[in-house]
Design a binder for this molecule. Structure first.
Ligand SMILES: Nc1ncnc2c1ncn2[C@@H]1O[C@H](COP(=O)(O)OP(=O)(O)OP(=O)(O)O)[C@@H](O)[C@H]1O
Ligand SMILES: [Mg+2]
Length: 212
């Protein structure tokens, strides 16, 4: 079973949004997919409750309560939605659970600064430094042609961690979440710019580069 975690100590950067969209990608690709929600806010569990029955099935476990022992047998891909503000030993514990870690970052001065501290902490964790877990970064809620996005873009391009791509700020994410869907499941005429932005991220997830 693959374990893909969406993680950043910063709140509100899009962890749950990205985790649910990744789960949709694997489910549509025919994999038995489960979301482990480590956040007592239950964003992923609540999202799944809204999912229409005619779309590819995804399961979820409230991992903040019971860990991942109840992940259904036969699960191929476990997408882990991490809570905000994890640090220290709790962060170590979480990182032990994944071989692939995606870190979303917002284009804001505060988030860029916080990302620096968080990446420093993450890169010191043994599992990450030994490359037993692969990291990738995504810029999220991006507005093209803004100075702050250019700053974030430059910053991420110079980190020693793969910069997988950026996702625009779009109501499609809000709309999809509210329906238990991913942007890949919205109509093409609405969501094609988002589909395009997911391509390099999904290619990385589908490649050996995202696995130790
Ligand atoms: N690309 C996007 N475009 C527009 N809105 C977005 C986008 N990504 C996330 N959002 C919105 O930003 C808010 C925070 O996103 P989300 O809940 O996914 O973040 P989070 O990191 O899981 O937050 P928390 O730290 O509280 O768990 C939500 O209202 C979500 O709909
Ligand atoms: Mg969340």
């Amino acid at each position: 079973m693959r374990h893909i975690m969406v993680l950043n100590a910063k709140g509100g950067c899009g962890k749950s949004t990205i985790a649910t969209n990744i789960a949709v990608f694997f489910a549509r690709d025919g994999h038995n997919t489960c979301i482990a929600d480590y956040d007592p806010q239950r964003s992923s569990v609540d999202w799944l409750a809204l999912r229409p029955a005619d779309l590819p099935a995804i399961s979820a476990v409230p991992a903040y309560e019971e860990g991942i022992r109840n992940v259904p047998r036969g699960t191929d891909v476990l997408v882990i939605d991490a809570p905000a503000r994890v640090r220290g030993s709790e962060l170590n514990e979480l990182v032990r659970r994944a071989e692939t870690i995606i870190v979303p970052v917002l284009p804001s001065a505060i988030d860029i600064k916080a990302c620096g501290y968080f990446m420093a902490e993450l890169l010191e964790i043994g599992k990450v430094s030994r490359k037993q877990a692969r990291l990738g970064i995504i810029a999220n809620r991006v507005r093209e042609n803004t100075l702050i996005f250019e700053e974030l873009d430059q910053y991420l391009a110079h980190l020693k961690v793969p910069y997988l791509g950026s996702l625009r700020e779009a109501q499609n994410y809000v709309r999809a979440y509210a329906r238990g869907m991913g942007v890949l499941e919205l109509p093409e005429y609405l969501a094609w710019p988002d589909w395009k932005q997911w391509e390099p991220i999904l290619a990385w997830l589908g490649s050996k580069r995202s696995q130790p």
